[in-house]
Design a protein around this ligand. Structure first.
Ligand code: GLN
Length: 292
């Protein structure tokens, strides 16, 4: 029997996903095959008639089945790009989402407007997970700034540290284990930039989430308590004694939460400017508060 060509593998894989009622079958098939062959898109498109290298089909089939069982491809391959940088991911951390890049972008744009250039500012990422936010900040922000990443999960911190190292900023970021802002409560380090994408799904909504999320991503990175706002409430309560005289706070929030979180920040009386940024789907996704 002639060996299967790449094109035939592509067709079989697409049909497999279709028969398992998984949308985006051709996209997934191409992604998995390219990954297993370590081919870029050009190689793939120009070599569809090549015979599939021996052993590859077994590996491709195993990955297709894991994906069909709901496992996210990012965990299967252990990687996700964020802000143009490669990140390792595993089931102890949330897979970074593209909308979170808008938070990093806003922070990088606004910080130089708020702080004098020679000020050594402290940039903090609470609930760092994979380290997506703080690593991007350290790569694209000033080497004069101090970067701190916090998480309550030691496994998440390990992942974030490894991502900092592989992106060349391992020496610039300090990693602290703790519950939200509690490591700062002695008030010795004022926080100038606070970024956080905390768990914000209302507990009762978790069961209705997509299986890729609810059965594979860490619950501790998703569950935001009864109304989803627990972690904002606690973090904002911890804020007054630890915030700097000038500060930028940027929170990512869930659908329908932006106005409530903005009001909570305004009620502290700490900020002169607050606003909401919409994501690509037009949903209020980030709440920004500025103390100037
Ligand atoms: N800060 C990480 C991210 O934005 C993790 C967020 C989380 O686990 N809730 O991807």
């Amino acid at each position: 029997m002639n060996p299967m060509t790449v094109r035939e593998a592509m067709q079989q894989a697409s049909r497999f996903f279709e028969s398992n009622n998984i949308i985006d079958g051709p996209f997934l098939a191409e992604y998995i095959i390219r990954h297993c062959l370590e081919w870029d898109r050009t190689a793939f498109l120009t070599r569809l008639q090549d015979p599939l290298p021996e052993d590859s089909w077994g590996k491709i089939k195993e990955i297709m089945e894991r994906r069909a069982n709901g496992e996210p491809l990012q965990y299967i391959f252990g990687e996700q790009e964020f802000y143009g940088l490669p990140f390792h991911v595993n089931p102890s951390v949330l897979i970074p989402r593209p909308e979170t890049e808008l938070l990093v972008e806003e922070a990088l744009q606004r910080i130089p407007e708020i702080f004098p250039e020679d000020q050594t500012i402290v940039v903090v990422d609470v609930g760092t997970g994979s380290g997506a936010i703080i690593v991007s900040m350290a790569v694209f922000g000033s080497p004069r700034w101090k970067y701190l990443a916090l998480d309550i999960s030691p496994d998440a911190l390990k992942t974030a540290e490894s991502n900092a190292r592989s992106n060349g900023v391992g020496q610039q970021i300090s990693f602290l284990e703790g519950d939200l802002l509690s490591p700062f409560q002695n008030g010795t380090v004022p926080i100038n930039v606070l970024l956080s994408n905390p768990p914000y799904i209302p507990s009762g909504d978790i069961a209705g989430l997509d299986t890729q999320v609810k059965d594979h991503e860490p619950l501790s990175a998703l569950d935001g308590g009864q109304d989803g706002l627990d972690l904002y409430r606690r973090m904002i309560n911890q804020l007054p004694p630890v915030i700097g005289d000038k500060a930028f706070v940027g929170f990512e929030v869930g659908m329908g939460q932006a106005e409530d979180v903005k009001a909570m920040l305004e009620d502290t009386g700490l900020f002169q400017e607050t606003y909401i940024i919409d994501d690509y789907a037009g949903i209020g996704r980030h709440v920004i508060a500025i103390r100037s």
